[in-house]
Design a binder for this molecule. Structure first.
Ligand code: MN
Length: 413
């Protein structure tokens, strides 16, 4: 029920009400890159707030860790420190709170419109999973891969090409056979079947030592926060090269959203894992726990929109091409993290974990073009009559995420 004295934070459609308070990094003209917290249409500049003496104890420690050019020091401290800082910031921004400090807080607010958001953390390592049985089920013509039924399937991704969304993505070159499955000889050149994948990324805090696995509840404690993630995919390169795992088909670019929405802020939107079909195996003991079963999944509505050059020129709005929800995933992030550490692999602060394409059971919840077009053999038709089998030059992909629950203030990404 809490409201903020920052007016825009109380708008019904804001992504950043006082219940969210996500962490990001930004810059303004003539000032250094620094960390902040989103509130409505403003950013609370943590350096300025520290300078104004607004924090003490653990919250001050966390604010220092979050005030630099990347959030990695805060990720090293982990969720408890971030929680102390968010509680203090919430009290400073609440409408019915003490007003003695308000002028100092106001002086530390930066309009979001006048700031440039930058990549919020240095990606330490990147793993991308494929944890939707709806996605894999459709692509494999019914039953998902045997391994996916027993474990979260993933591959080691490429951290160097993870970028903040909003910039240009270059169509990659590679060896591929096109049309996919035609049996023609491979040729080297620009990828004809460029695709997006609507995913959620989890950002890890804390660390486990090499050789020390974690159970699924300990893994859940490592989930610091989340972003939207676009796993740009070169389908014909990927299809031809994947004998051991994708390499060039995925490593050319990955986009993430600018604000890390904390695991704590998403607490009201934690839901039970969907029940497994009777013909699917039960969850293996080392990836199972009552807490994970009861609230390991996240109810986040996820959408993807396309804006083509013709739509942009005509002043048309982006067209929604995916309407899905993260609650349909077969494995939770805690299970992905516990699985990855189950062989003793060490995961550190700043590790990025991609969920895999978040497809749901509904037709409009197919969360990449491959699922929508290649499997049916037909392109999608956009609102203005244009069609797309794959992304064309100049197309813009927009991902949106928003968590809603009756009786709670919605938060977005
Ligand atoms: Mn992916």
């Amino acid at each position: 029920a809490r409201r903020s004295w920052v007016a825009a934070a109380n708008a019904p459609d804001t992504d950043f009400p006082i219940q969210n308070l996500p962490f990001g990094v930004f810059r303004t003209a003539g000032a250094p890159i620094r960390g902040g917290v989103a509130i409505g249409d403003q950013i609370l500049d943590l350096s300025a707030a520290l300078g104004a003496g607004l924090f003490s104890d653990l919250a001050e420690h966390a604010a220092r860790a979050a005030s630099g050019r990347a959030l990695n020091p805060l990720l090293e401290l982990g969720g408890a420190a971030a929680s102390a800082l968010r509680h203090r910031i919430s009290d400073l921004l609440r409408r019915d709170g003490p007003s003695a400090e308000r002028a100092r807080v106001e002086a530390a607010l930066v309009p979001m419109a006048g700031a440039e958001l930058v990549c919020p953390f240095d990606v330490a390592d990147y793993t991308d999973y494929s944890c939707s049985i709806h996605h894999i089920g459709r692509l494999s013509g019914g039953r998902p891969w045997p391994a996916l039924q027993y474990l979260p399937v993933g591959y080691n991704g490429r951290r160097s090409s993870v970028r903040l969304g909003g910039g240009e993505v270059r169509r990659p070159n590679g060896q591929s056979v096109y049309p996919v499955g035609s049996g023609l000889a491979p040729t080297f050149g620009p990828e004809p079947a460029l695709d997006f994948e609507l995913e959620v990324g989890a950002v890890l805090g804390g660390s486990n030592a090499l050789g020390e696995p974690m159970d699924v509840d300990a893994a859940a404690e490592r989930l610091f926060g989340y972003c939207l993630l676009n796993d740009w995919s070169a389908r014909s390169i990927q299809m031809f090269e994947t004998a051991l795992g994708p390499l060039l088909g995925k490593s050319f670019h990955t986009s993430i959203s600018p604000w890390l929405v904390t695991d704590e802020a998403l607490a009201p939107f934690k839901v039970a894992l969907p029940p497994r079909a009777a013909d699917m195996p039960s969850v293996p003991a080392h990836l199972d726990s009552p807490a994970n079963r009861a609230q390991g999944a996240l109810d986040i509505a996820l959408e993807a929109y396309l804006l083509t050059p013709a739509m942009r020129q005509a002043g048309q709005a982006p067209d929604r091409v995916v309407n899905s929800n993260f609650k349909h995933m077969y494995w939770t992030f805690a299970q992905m993290v516990a699985h990855q550490a189950s062989n003793g692999c060490n995961l550190g602060p700043g590790d990025l974990v991609g969920s895999g394409t978040v497809s749901g059971p509904e037709d409009d919840a197919q969360a990449c073009l491959m699922e929508k077009t290649m499997m049916s053999g037909a392109p999608i038709t956009l609102a203005n009559g244009e069609t797309r089998m794959w992304l064309q030059d100049g197309d813009e992909v927009i991902l949106r995420g928003r968590a809603r629950r009756e009786g709670f203030v919605p938060i977005g990404f």
